[in-house]
Structures are given as structure tokens and as C-alpha cells.
Ligand binder design. Structure first.
Ligand SMILES: [Zn+2]
Length: 398
């Protein structure tokens, strides 16, 4: 039965579908994905799947297709996002970002890696099972979501909040494949953990005076520089085996009005990564303590801190059924187990894991290609992912 299904994986169509999806622009911002959603509904219909549309925002449409099982089995949901980051400076691209050009085993274009190839692979996998005319016991759910590049409140978050999707386990099809130059027998990785993050805004208030009498004022930019340096020295000894060490990045700074005025205001916004095992609230307290200490040492330093957003890190056990079944499938297909890893950025797995649904990330896209100029995916990875998904669907839902 498994062999028959794997033979049904239509590699030509997997490539064509990826290329077609790249050609339908879905940049976020603005996040309007109505065209690609409409195309996917038609594609799913042609392949024999019924799908439903739902949206919180009019322009951000989610597509959910369900292959009903006969009952009594585990259900598996595959989740991939239709939106992409914007193209950026098109002059820097050497290929048409919306062309879906295919050459030398690569498909190029915005969204090729993140995450349109993942969507193509899951549809081709589900179609292979449908064509084999096998009735599984559990349901297979394909959730093609909107708004992932803007924190998913209109996509996966919305679908879960409204009770429009649920499953016993989930595969998020974000890029987890190693690039070809990486020496490995098995480039398809399984990620069981993801970093979270804390975004903080720190404001320093100073005292404005004319630059010629600067010592009588309080220079908010100079005061902020001591904070920035102190943050850089806040090294964390923490090391997570799958997610590495957390990073801190001051990404935005504003302050001052004129070279001849001592600035009375300076503001930074920083991103502090949070790895599984760390509590984001404790991390913010730690940074608050650094501010307190600096203010104790310098009574002219007046700093306040505000939390802008918090995403919890997430992790599941490698003993979860979905990890085992997917990895056994990969081993059966490619004679070597997948490497288990962690995702450096936040992704939709956090919504499922927080609700207690074991979720892995595994997709054909290349981890280092997301959001890049000349983004590409390797065609062989699209086939490999489609095969791994199909085998996991049968084994998990039978
Ligand atoms: Zn993505």
C-alpha cells in the first residue's frame, strides 16, 4: 500500500504547483492573499478535495481542506502559510521574484522556500493518498493559512480560537531543509523546538539645553549609550541543545532634534530571543534590574521600560508519536534518520503546542533561504517532503 502511494507522488506536478504559487504574489505587508487562496481552492477542487474559506480580516483568507477518515484513528493536520515577506529591492534580484523560474534543480522566487513549496508538497502528498483510494481511519486536514508574516492573528491563531481546526498532531511545513552544500546524507530535518522573543522599548529622558552649555543639561543619547553597552554585556550562559544561545539585538534607536541642542529624549527597541526553558517574564525582569543598577550608579539617568510583545518559546518531547512516525518514515524513504533541530524564529507551531497539540516543523524549504534575495527551493526537497508527508499521513492516521 505504501509503495503504491509513493508511486502516486506526482513530481512534475509538485514542481508546477510550487511555480504557480510563486507567480501569485502574496506579500505581507499588506497581507492580501485572496488571489492565492482562490487559486488553491480551485486546485484542491480539481484534485477532489472540498475546502472551506474563513477570515477574520476581509483580505486575509484561510483555506482548510479535510480528507475525512472512516473514524477511530488519529487525525493529522498540515499547516503552511500562503503569505510571504515582500520582495524587497527588486533590482538586487538576479531572477524574476514572481517568475517561478526552474533551473539546475532549483525553483526560484519569493515564497519558494517560505513557504509555498511546503504547501505544494502537502497537497501532492494528500492527492497521492486520495488517488490510491485508501480510506484511513483518521482525518487529514490541510490548513493553508494567512497572515503568518504578521504574527498569525488572522491565520492559525484565528482558526484555533474559532475552533475551525484541531488535530491530534500537526506538521508545520516551514523550511527545515539543509542546503545542498551541507555535507549530509539526510537534508530534511525535523524541528521540535522554537525560540520565542521579547520586544522591549526603553526610553531615556534627559534635559535639553544649548549645546554650548552642554554640561548643564542631561544628554539622553549619551545616557542611552551606557544602557546599550550594558545590554551587550548581558551575556547568557544558557545554551539550548536545539535552539542554541539566546541573542539580544537593539534594532531601533530614536533621539535628538539638532546638533546644537542637548537631546532630552532617546528611545530604543530591542529584540531578546528566548530559548525553551527560559521564562520571557524573567528575561524582562533581568533587563529591568540592569536598568535599576545603572540608575543607582548615575542619578541623572532616568530610564523607563515597556514590553511591546512577548512570544513564548515552545518545545515538545522527541518521544512524541508524530516525531517518531515522521522520522521512521524519513528513515524508510532515505535510509537515514532526520536530524532533530530547533527553529530560530517564531512560527505557527507555538499556537498548537501551547494548546497541547504535539507539533513538529518539517518542510522542503531551505532554512537559510527564508526572506532572502534570489530565494529558492531545491526540487528534490519538494519531492522528498511530499513523500515523507504521504508516508506519515498513512502511518499516523491509519
Ligand atoms: Zn514561513
Amino acid at each position: 500500500m505504501e509503495r503504491k502511494i509513493l508511486q502516486n507522488i506526482n513530481t512534475e506536478e509538485a514542481i508546477e504547483l510550487t511555480r504557480e504559487l510563486i507567480r501569485i504574489a502574496s506579500p505581507n505587508p499588506p497581507g492580501d492573499n485572496r488571489h492565492i487562496a482562490e487559486f488553491l481552492v480551485k486546485t484542491l477542487m480539481k484534485k477532489g478535495f472540498h475546502s472551506t474559506l474563513s477570515q477574520k480580516e476581509e483580505t486575509q483568507v484561510n483555506v482548510v481542506a479535510r480528507v475525512k477518515g472512516k473514524g477511530g484513528g488519529r487525525s493529522l493536520l498540515l499547516n503552511g502559510h500562503m503569505d510571504t515577506v515582500p520582495i524587497g529591492d527588486q533590482n538586487k534580484w538576479t531572477v524574476d521574484p514572481l517568475g517561478g523560474e526552474c533551473r539546475n534543480g532549483r525553483i526560484y522566487g519569493r515564497g519558494s522556500t517560505d513557504c509555498k513549496s511546503g504547501i505544494a508538497a502537502m497537497i501532492i502528498a494528500a492527492e497521492a493518498i486520495w488517488k490510491a483510494d485508501i480510506e484511513l481511519r483518521g482525518d487529514i486536514i490541510l490548513a493553508l493559512v494567512a497572515g503568518e508574516e504578521s504574527l498569525s492573528e488572522n491565520g492559525t491563531g484565528y482558526l484555533l480560537n474559532e475552533g475551525l481546526i484541531s488535530a491530534d498532531s500537526v506538521i508545520v511545513t516551514e523550511p527545515t531543509t539543509l542546503p545542498a552544500e551541507y555535507p549530509t546524507d539526510q537534508p530534511l530535518q525535523i524541528f521540535t523546538a522554537s525560540r520565542g522573543m521579547v520586544w522591549l522599548e526603553i526610553t531615556v529622558e534627559g534635559k535639553a539645553v544649548h549645546a554650548k552649555i552642554a554640561p548643564q543639561g542631561v544628554n539622553a543619547i549619551e545616557k542611552m549609550s551606557t544602557i546599550v553597552l550594558a545590554l551587550q554585556h548581558m551575556s547568557s550562559n544558557l545554551y539550548h541543545p536545539l535552539c542554541g544561545s539566546p541573542t539580544i539585538n537593539v534594532g531601533i534607536i530614536h533621539g535628538g532634534t539638532s546638533p546644537n541642542i542637548v537631546p532630552d529624549h532617546c528611545q530604543i527597541i530591542l529584540d531578546r530571543d528566548v530559548v525553551p526553558g527560559e521564562d520571557p517574564m524573567k528575561v524582562t525582569e533581568q533587563i529591568q534590574r540592569v536598568l535599576h543598577k545603572l540608575q543607582e550608579e548615575d542619578n541623572s539617568l532616568k530610564a523607563t521600560m515597556k514590553i511591546i510583545s512577548i512570544e513564548d518559546p515552545v518545545e515538545i518531547s522527541q518521544d512524541e508519536q508524530i516525531v517518531r512516525v515522521l522520522n521512521e518514515g524519513i528513515k524508510a524513504l532515505f535510509s537515514v534518520e532526520a536530524k532533530i533541530g530547533g527553529m530560530i524564529g517564531a512560527n505557527d507551531s507555538r499556537f498548537f503546542i501551547k494548546r497541547g497539540i504535539p507539533t513538529v516543523i518539517c518542510g522542503p524549504g531551505i532554512t537559510t533561504q527564508s526572506h532572502q534575495i534570489d530565494e529558492y527551493v531545491e526540487t528534490r526537497s519538494v519531492f522528498n517532503a511530499a513523500k515523507a508527508y504521504a508516508l506519515t499521513m498513512i502511518r499516523f492516521c491509519q
